[in-house]
Design a protein around this ligand. Structure first.
Ligand code: CUK
Ligand code: CUA
Length: 678
């Protein structure tokens, strides 16, 4: 067995204790393996003839066939990587296997989702309510950049953070059960885009505004006072790894000039302790087409250069600890003049309308890709820190130091039209998406002082309008260099017509050593618009199979990450009636609800604590009841609570929505609402 295969299959057997011998099949010669599938083919010639017949019949090229072989997953074989993508305005995160490109789970974060029951129980509804805006609970979100928690600059597979552009929020997903545990709302930002990026040990989760405003939701100033009153904010959310939660009281932001921040990245290696965000609109354009001003996209594209914001977050942390931050609506903020005086914020010119900023794995260089410039600009961290130490900079109108462009720049590499985002591999290559070219450029990360070592190597066409790309570990200190996925915005002519709204196209690209740089598979994704994604080796995830249970205790609250106070074991089910309040403690297991008959009076307030007392993996039960907008998914060992007013008399069956057993259809109970007048 070849070494790579051995490791890979070894991992799988280890991880999926349930499936024995999966790895073995890979070692068996093709003929025998196929014979084992019981297809009645025993001779090698017959198989070859059959394969050739299929190839002819389906008009496949040798490239098609080898691509299929590279991605085909025999039933039960596990993928090498899990990729987490955002979903754009679908408000979710998707977990997709690589190289098979199959979606294993949609994780509801900002959007209620009935299959997972997210947003329907009291517990998960409370998570959505954490993200309320001015008291209004929001049922959607625009997710862009997932960030897996990191240790020493590598994904550790414990948590995933996802930003939400529309409202300036961050969701925290626990990767032990792939479920959302927390939503935080930045009280200073109306919207954001420059998140989530984690510092190398997940000390902080970074986010920044995209469209400056008056800091503080609800604060007002006319748009004509943009330069005076509008500001940007680069924020650092403290992560308490022990609790798995972001802590607002220990978080802080730095007030910035009203340039619109775009993507960011955390420094690592050489530049650990620093953070970078690029921006557009150094012109401070404010739009106003009907007032005779140039439209935003013109006004914000006048200058040749925009400005990258460079922040020393370790110093910012000290400044906050020294009490030099102000409290602004419950969020600690370092005012711009303090940030300047403390030397923790600098600006560096960058070619106009940049989009992605991506630190190299060793932290020595910072790569900026500008939508309107065919080059990537590579900044040297050594040069930037020398320029900071040297002093004597210019400042902008707000007094913020602007470092000299040429003194910070290492070199530029011309790649093509519309460069957006960059990822890295383990062979010294960088990959940059080219939106207008619909291509991915592979180029060499060179060395300091040697401009010839930075070179475009080749370009791979993709279909079409590629936004982000995601390489395995491609933004970490140790990229694995195996696969890359191009997250393409347009998919016309790739898939059957499905009306005017088309799926996105995620294209798998091979970047492995000794393999051709080519696309291997297309994955239409018809339920959201992924922006960014991150890909982690499957064996670095450590998921649980069922929620914790002990001999005498069952009923876990996954959101509190603790025993649910109302969880009950079999035999303790009961109904308590207290005036017009009815409380039910119910258990579920294959294939019944206990109790299964509940009678209340019209107008009663009903609270039900439902515990799934199964301890087998995959033994999920659903719970729905007509007319109450309730759909639960009760995982083995989980307790959830629902609360509603029995406002309409009648007979309401409640039933299980997961086909859980041979007697699933019989898994039903009656909820009877007696008319008040009866
Ligand atoms: S953005 Cu969407 S393609 Cu939000 Cu990172 Cu570049
Ligand atoms: Cu439980 Cu179906």
């Amino acid at each position: 067995m070849d070494k790579r295969l051995e490791t890979v299959t070894g991992q799988h057997v280890n991880r999926r204790k349930v499936i024995g011998g999966v790895g073995v099949a890979a070692a068996v010669p093709v003929v025998a393996a196929v014979g084992g599938l019981n297809r009645g083919v025993s001779a090698k010639q017959d198989l070859t003839a059959e394969a050739n017949a299929i190839i002819t019949e389906r008009e496949l090229s040798p490239e098609d066939v080898t691509a299929a072989l590279e991605t085909y997953m025999p039933s039960g074989r596990m993928d090498d990587y899990m990729m987490f993508t955002s979903s754009g305005h679908a408000g979710m995160v998707y977990a997709i296997g690589v190289p098979s490109m199959r979606n294993y789970k949609s994780i509801a974060v900002f959007t209620p989702e009935p299959w997972q029951g997210f947003g329907f129980s009291e517990e998960s509804r409370a998570v959505l309510e954490q993200g309320a805006i001015n008291g209004k609970v929001i049922h959607h979100g625009d997710t862009h950049h997932p960030a897996i928690s990191e240790t020493d600059g590598d994904y550790d597979g414990q948590y995933l953070f996802i930003n939400e552009k529309t409202h300036g929020r961050i969701g925290v997903v626990d990767l032990s059960d792939f479920a959302t545990k927390q939503i935080v709302k930045n009280p200073l930002l109306v919207s954001e885009h420059g998140g989530c990026f984690v510092t190398p040990n997940t000390e902080y989760v970074m986010e920044a505004d995209q469209y400056p405003g008056v800091l503080g939701v609800g604060n007002y100033a006319p748009i004509t006072e943009y330069e005076d009153k509008y500001r940007g904010l680069c924020a650092f959310w403290k992560f308490d790894r022990e609790k798995g939660r972001l802590v607002q009281e220990e978080s802080f932001g730095i007030e910035t000039p009203p340039i619109g921040h775009d993507l960011g990245d955390a420094g690592k290696g050489a530049c650990e302790g620093w953070a970078f965000w690029n921006s557009f609109n150094s012109e401070f354009a404010i739009g106003g087409i009907s007032e005779g001003r140039p439209p935003m996209e013109v006004g914000a594209s006048q200058n040749d250069m925009d400005l990258m914001t460079v922040i020393n977050w370790k110093k910012a942390e000290e400044v906050v600890a020294a009490g030099k931050a102000v409290d602004n609506m419950g969020f600690k903020m370092i005012p711009m003049d303090v940030a300047v005086a403390e030397g923790l914020m600098y600006l560096i010119p960058e070619p106009k309308s940049p989009h992605g900023v991506d630190v190299t794995p060793d932290g020595k260089f910072i790569v900026v890709a500008g939508k309107l410039d065919p080059h990537v600009s590579i900044y040297s961290w050594e040069k930037i820190s020398a320029a900071i130490d040297a002093g004597g900079w210019e400042t902008d109108n707000y007094g913020v130091p602007i470092l000299d462009f040429e003194s910070c720049l290492e070199t530029q590499v011309e790649l093509g039209l519309g460069p957006l985002h960059t990822q890295y591999d383990d062979k010294g290559y960088a990959y940059t998406s080219l939106f207008l070219d619909s291509a991915v450029a592979r180029w060499t990360v060179g060395e300091a002082g040697n401009p010839d070592s930075w070179k475009l190597v080749e370009k791979l066409p993709v279909s079409y309008n590629v936004g982000h790309i995601c390489a395995a570990g491609g933004d970490t200190a140790n990229p694995s260099g195996k696969y890359l996925v191009a997250l393409n915005k347009w998919s016309l002519d790739r898939f059957p017509p499905v009306g005017p709204l088309l799926p996105q196209n995620l294209q798998l690209v091979d970047i492995r050593e000794g393999k051709a740089f080519r696309t291997l598979a297309d994955m239409p994704l018809g339920y959201g618009e992924p922006h960014y994604a991150q890909m982690i080796p499957m064996d670095r995830l450590n998921t649980i199979d069922v929620y914790p249970q002990e001999d005498d205790r069952v009923g876990w609250d996954p959101i509190a990450n603790d025993w649910h106070p109302e969880g009950i074991a079999a035999g303790n089910e009961k109904i308590e009636i207290n005036g017009t309040d009815v409380t039910v403690w119910m258990t579920v297991m294959r294939s019944h609800f206990t109790p299964d008959t509940i009678e209340v009076t019209e107008g009663d307030t009903v609270t039900m604590h439902i515990t799934n007392i199964e301890n087998a993996m995959d033994a999920t039960h659903g719970f729905v009841i007509g007319g109450q907008d309730i759909s639960l998914s009760l995982e083995a060992g989980e307790t959830e609570t629902i609360k509603f007013v029995a406002d309409t008399p009648g007979v309401y069956p409640f039933y299980c929505t997961e086909f859980c057993s041979a007697l699933h259809i019989e898994m039903v109970g009656y909820f009877l609402v007696k008319p008040a007048s009866a």
